[in-house]
Ligand binder design. Structure first.
Ligand code: FES
Length: 501
């Protein structure tokens, strides 16, 4: 039996002739096989070209003629006959973020056996474990334990200045060790066999991890002494579940406020820097936005707060079982979807965006965000309070104003942007129409949005799996020009106007 080349999401694999595409993808983390590959759900849609089996009767029933013509197939019904190309982006939410857009690069891993890509967010931490073929073995995530020192980076830096720097470092190091251990267990390997890692994060998070002095980051002119773009040993980072000498790469940051996470988010979109005009915004506790225009990169950062990460909201939570992730209005009544089909216990970022948009539609809140009863039920027992609405208002107007100001600073308007990429852990499930409805993104850009999900992590995975990207991401970071929003009258105006619904 001959081996065939499968170019999947930009990465090259080899697989034996006759393999079922569904099985091939399942081994690489694809979770679109909703009915288990029995041809019943029609959810395993992928786009293909090359030497593959002819469409089956099942596919002819499930797919339109137009789809089949465009190369759309059901992965579980399709068999590899020779070299072919497969793209799982067609499958939208059903793709575990195996890198998604991130893996459009040659497979040249910076490890021999297993590698970990990690994103340390201010609120959440996420990890993906890969083998040297680029297969995703495990995904782990959780809440950054540094939160006990405050939800935002400023309070944590204050804590570091008051003598807690060592504890802040130790908290994240221990937590990373526990995620690495969990991923190794999940994959049935030894954590010590993980022989390479890339850890991205905002500038402050990387300072805490390396126990670097954050004092210069707390006041103007925010002169950063350490911007990373360096390889350290696991031992020096206290990652004692790994072998001491295991190389850990920390990607380059741009400034105190535009971190390595933004740089890796950019890397996750191949060819983004070659685009005429586009915008990428990473919605996390800080909203970092980058404008790419005629080969130049401009960036800004706004303090959005953690509302869209489900934190700082009365019943907010991450996107796990029990979280309301989708809210709709049908015949004037609110209905909601709960992750895991279990009774609701809280609401995550995408649900919050939907809920606020629904409240606005049903006039439960007015355009100022005022709520007559001080709170409103999404579905019992989950409520959103007026205080939560305020947190959403601050976050959404900060992001919105950042995008508009950045475009304005280059003499552009929304009509010039070809694409608005939205990155951020919650992004995969974001309802773009509702995001525009509440003013999180400019309405004019609604039709041009591409949602990326956790692009910072995807970019870290790309650096891990395609080593030359480390150098190009370093250069990319050095080429970004910063736009100061604090004194910018356009930002002040847009921020104030953007508070309304
Ligand atoms: S997995 Fe259900 S149709 Fe393919």
């Amino acid at each position: 039996m001959k081996n065939c080349k499968i170019y999947c999401n930009g990465l090259l694999y080899e697989a034996p002739e006759g393999v079922c595409l569904g099985d091939f993808l399942r081994e690489r983390g694809f979770d679109g096989l909703v009915c288990g590959g029995h041809g019943k759900c029609g959810k395993c849609r992928v786009t293909v070209s090359g030497a593959l089996s002819e469409p089956t009767e099942t596919e002819k029933k499930a797919l339109s003629g137009k789809d089949l013509k465009a190369g759309v197939r059901l992965a579980c019904q399709t068999y590899v006959k020779g070299d072919c190309t497969v793209n799982t982006k067609e499958n939208g939410s059903a793709v575990v973020q195996t890198g998604g857009a991130a893996l459009d690069y040659p497979l040249m891993p910076s490890f021999e056996k297993y590698g970990a890509a990690i994103d340390i967010g201010t609120t959440t931490v996420a990890l993906r474990l890969y083998d040297a073929h680029g297969s995703l073995l495990s995904v782990q995530s959780g809440i950054n334990p540094q939160r006990r020192y405050g939800a935002d980076v400023v309070s944590r830096m204050e804590a570091a200045l008051s003598g807690s720097a060592a504890d802040l470092a130790s908290l994240i190091r221990k937590y990373l060790c526990s995620l690495l251990r969990a991923a190794a267990d999940d994959a049935g390997i030894k954590a010590a066999d993980i022989d390479g890692a890339v850890i991205t994060g905002n500038t402050v998070m990387l300072h805490f991890l390396t126990q670097s002095d954050t004092e210069p980051l707390t006041h103007a002119p925010f002169a950063v002494k350490r911007l990373f773009g360096e390889t350290l040993s696991a031992g020096s980072l206290g990652l004692d579940v790994l072998c001491k000498e295991t190389p850990v790469y920390l990607p380059r940051c741009v400034s105190a406020f535009v971190g390595a996470d933004t740089v890796t988010a950019l890397v996750s979109v191949p060819g983004i820097t070659k685009r005429k005009t586009c915008v990428l915004t990473d919605i996390g506790t800080n909203g970092e936005t980058v404008l790419i225009h005629d080969g130049a990169l401009y960036a800004c950062s706004t303090a959005a707060g953690p509302a869209f990460e489900g934190a700082g909201i009365t019943m907010g939570m991450g996107g796990s079982d029990g979280a309301i992730d989708k809210v709709t209005v049908n015949d004037g009544r609110i209905s909601a979807h709960v992750i895991g089909e279990v009774p609701p216990v809280g609401i995550c970022g995408s649900g919050i965006v939907d809920a606020v948009a629904s409240f606005a539609e049903l006039q439960i809140i007015d355009e100022t965000g005022y709520m007559e009863d001080g709170e409103a039920v999404v579905i019992p027992p989950v409520v959103i309070t007026e205080k939560d609405i305020r947190a959403v208002q601050l976050a959404k107007s900060a992001i919105h104003a950042g995008i508009k100001t950045l475009l304005d600073s280059a003499g552009l308007t929304c009509s010039d942007a070809e694409t608005l990429y939205i990155a951020g852990g919650f992004g995969s499930y974001l309802d773009v129409k509702n995001a525009a409805r509440i003013g999180l993104i400019p309405k004019e850009l609604q039709e041009r949005v591409t949602v990326l999900g956790n692009a910072a992590l995807s970019g870290a995975a790309a650096l891990l799996l395609s080593s030359p990207l480390k150098e190009s991401s370093y250069e990319l970071a050095n080429n970004v020009k910063l736009v100061n929003l604090a004194s910018n009258p356009v930002f002040v105006r847009e921020y104030t106007d953007g508070m309304y619904f």
